[in-house]
Ligand binder design. Sequence first.
Ligand code: AMP
Ligand code: GLY
Length: 426
Amino acid sequence: MNVLLLGSGGREHALAWKIAASPLLTKLYASPGNPGIGRFAELVKLDIADHSTVAAFCQEKKIDLVVVGPEGPLVAGIADDLRAWGIRVFGPSKAAARLEGSKGFTKDLCAKFNIPTAAYGRFADLAAAKAYVEKVGAPIVIKADGLAAGKGVTIAMTLEEALAALDACFDGAFGSAGAEVVVEEYLTGEEASFFCLCDGATALPFGTAQDHKRVGDGDTGPNTGGMGAYSPAPVMTPEMTARTMREIIEPTMRGMANLGAPFAGILFAGLMITDQGPKLIEYNTRFGDPECQVLMMRLKDDLLVLLNAAVDGQLAHMSARWSDEAALTVVMAARGYPGTPEKGSVIRGLDEAASDGAEIFHAGTAINGGALVANGGRVLNVTATGTTVGEAQKKAYAAIDRIDWPQGFFRHDIGWRAVEREQTGK
Ligand code: AMP
Ligand code: GLY
């Protein structure tokens, strides 16, 4: 098969690495890709926002499957447009990608189909939103409705913070994404990421992970896209997984089919495991980044076979097998992230760092004058496996020690919760 992978981050490098291992693959193309992906794929410059350009490329190169990494093109309807040209695409339709593209849409779906989630209100009007916040009180959570690159959520511990967040949203801090807001109940518990591979009718559980969203050690500082992750998530016991499937995922699949927007692709549920059980925080309609990196390290089956089954509506007959080992990834970021990262510093030592079995996925790198340089906020994902999360953690940090990149920084405590559990036996 000829495959075109869209995207340029660590998630796409991990997908390229796994797709390249498939005996079904003839040739992999990636757009725009990155230097790490370039080891497995021919990198092509396409204007991904121009769907007809992508379609023409697919026809010319006889692409059998397009795999879409990030949410932006999905929410913009790339899957529908390519399918209209007869091209097979792994990724949800525009209507199904509303699960990520509109928080209000997802909250209304939860209300309609009785899916456990935080109590909420949906507002397009500042005064009405403020009145609701004043009635409910703090702590409370304010979310811009649309895509805001992970920055549209404010956890307000005081009423003042909540009101300021509403002002910012309606003042255009998140552009059109904030023209509408969701205000919701503050949930407490342990968070987990739960993935399902979906074909419109069937949802196949596809791994669990926990990520670390805050930039600093001890979960301090601003939110990021994720500074590290590990898989599996210990809170997702077989019982919790079964409950999540029954109470959250299956009603969502039925609900979406009911609305005429069956979901096919990766459904990524951000969960809060509360005293009352699992509650949905949000859906994403693609793999997590960096969660995908740890999932791919543990997936024993051929990813291309599974993606094909999802595209062809054949998942009811499939299963996915996972390594018993844990996987952990540490994000190395460029100074300045999550604000404006410094670009252009030279990175050395990756081959030595990977010599002990670590996989180093590129997230934001470029080649400049023959040297590998930082070219984004999150730059590298240093990933390892082990019989415990603790062992995977040791291997990942040992690999980082061998990387020569003084301008990079990383968290020193990725996996702390699971490692603590392993040490105390709780
Ligand atoms: P989201 O972009 O919706 O994933 O939100 C980002 C982060 O904010 C989540 O990973 C949670 O840590 C936190 N969060 C979102 N909604 C809530 C909520 N209702 N209660 C508590 N924390 C939340
Ligand atoms: N790591 C969180 C996300 O991909 O949304």
